[in-house]
Design a protein around this ligand. Structure first.
Ligand SMILES: [Zn+2]
Length: 101
């Protein structure tokens, strides 16, 4: 069916919040962090990162958490500080690369 084309195009999760396609996740059991392209579930006070979608089993994208910290460190920016560039507050930094701005 034509309805399946978009879903199968990439073969794996990627490009935005994969959970958007799972209506059963509307109660937020799986969280998405656009900064890291990371999916996780609360585990006590910690995050348990997910490597596979619990709803459809597709492999989820690798977390970009290390890159996020590496780039901020390379620019001398405190990841926990208040001067975090806006593009590092969401997925903008991943889409635009490492150009300054
Ligand atoms: Zn899925």
């Amino acid at each position: 069916m034509d309805n399946d084309v978009g879903e199968n195009r990439q073969g794996a999760a990627g490009g935005g919040n994969h959970m958007d396609r799972h209506g059963q996740n509307d109660w937020g059991s799986v969280r998405y962090d656009p900064r890291f392209d990371e999916y996780w579930v609360p585990a006590g006070n910690a995050r348990q990162a997910l490597f596979y979608c619990p709803w459809c089993g597709v492999k989820l994208p690798a977390s970009q958490r290390d890159r996020w910290f590496d780039q901020l460190e390379a620019m001398g920016i405190d990841p926990w500080g208040n001067d975090l560039p806006n593009r590092y507050r969401d997925d903008t930094w991943r889409r635009k690369g490492s150009t300054e701005g």
